[in-house]
Design a protein around this ligand. Structure first.
Ligand code: NAD
Length: 250
């Protein structure tokens, strides 16, 4: 592993599990100071221990907790160079438009989309001040191509993340800030395993669409995030960054 992030500070939300955890580890291994944020204190603290970083409890839907998170990162390490706004949920039950209720819809928009708005709003002032920064927001391949396995509130929330990332990337490029939307295909994480445990047929249906014939491991997504976080990606901005094994709608 190269050491592209020495001296940089990275905030990772949803660092306690899955993609967030693998990315926190990867960024730390590349030399970054990593601030691990999660709503689950036990998991978040374990992630911080694994990365030698700092743990901050933050519910990403709470504006004050989000502000405190980035303030703490800046106060502790003197800058916030990378924000990986990654925390998100998958709807618990059938999320086809005919089944999903308004409450479930709103909860998903809140955790997946409003959270990214809050995190970007909180981190941008630090990055403007520094004159540099890389924001990576976790969307999903479904934002680009939809999901035949019906998850309307999830897909809509990730479409919002994608559009917001593109606009912010365009808006802040001249200030040295890059904003990209990470669009993973299906990844072997607790989120996905839980979903597919309830509905194994759904897993099979989805797998059919992945040309490489398997789901990603979280480390393969983390490698892409480390690239986007680093100066190696200096000309990658406002991108819809698919890391999906060549998926074609699932
Ligand atoms: P995961 O469930 O393994 O981990 C998500 C973490 O986010 C958990 O530690 C959880 O405690 C935390 N979290 C949830 N709500 C939070 C909140 N309100 N505030 C702070 N932390 C909160 O999930 P994952 O599979 O690693 O997914 C990470 C991101 O990647 C999500 O945004 C997800 O939508 C997206 N994604 C996942 C896949 C996949 O196949 N796993 C594919 C595309 C996109």
């Amino acid at each position: 592993v190269c050491r592209r992030l020495v001296g940089r500070t990275a905030v990772v939300t949803g660092a306690g599990s899955g993609i967030g955890l693998a990315t926190a580890r990867r960024l730390a291994s590349e030399g970054a100071h990593v601030v691990c944020a999660d709503v689950d204190a036990e998991r978040g603290a374990a992630a911080a221990e694994a990365t030698g970083g700092l743990y901050v409890t933050a519910d990403v839907t709470d504006p004050e907790q989000v502000e405190a998170l980035f303030r703490t990162a800046n106060e502790t390490y003197g800058s916030v160079d990378v924000a990986f706004n990654n925390a998100g949920i998958s709807p618990p039950d059938d999320d086809s438009i005919l089944e999903t209720g308004l409450d479930a819809w709103q909860r998903v928009q809140h955790v997946n989309l409003t959270s990214v708005y809050l995190c970007c709003k909180a981190v941008l002032p630090y990055m403007r001040e520094q004159g540099r920064g890389s924001i990576i927001n976790t969307a999903s391949f479904v934002a680009v191509m939809g999901a035949a396995t019906s998850q309307i509130s999830y897909t809509a929330s990730k479409g919002g993340v994608l559009a917001m990332s593109r606009e912010l990337g365009v808006q802040f490029a001249r200030e040295g800030i890059r904003v990209n939307a990470l669009c993973p295909g299906p990844v072997n994480t607790p989120l996905l395993k839980e979903l597919f445990a309830k509905d194994p047929e759904r897993a099979q249906r989805r797998l059919v669409h992945v040309p490489v014939g398997r789901f990603a491991e979280a480390e393969e997504i983390a490698a892409a995030v480390a690239f986007l976080a680093s100066d190696d990606a200096s000309f990658v901005n406002a991108a819809e960054f698919l890391v999906d094994g060549g998926i074609a709608g699932a």
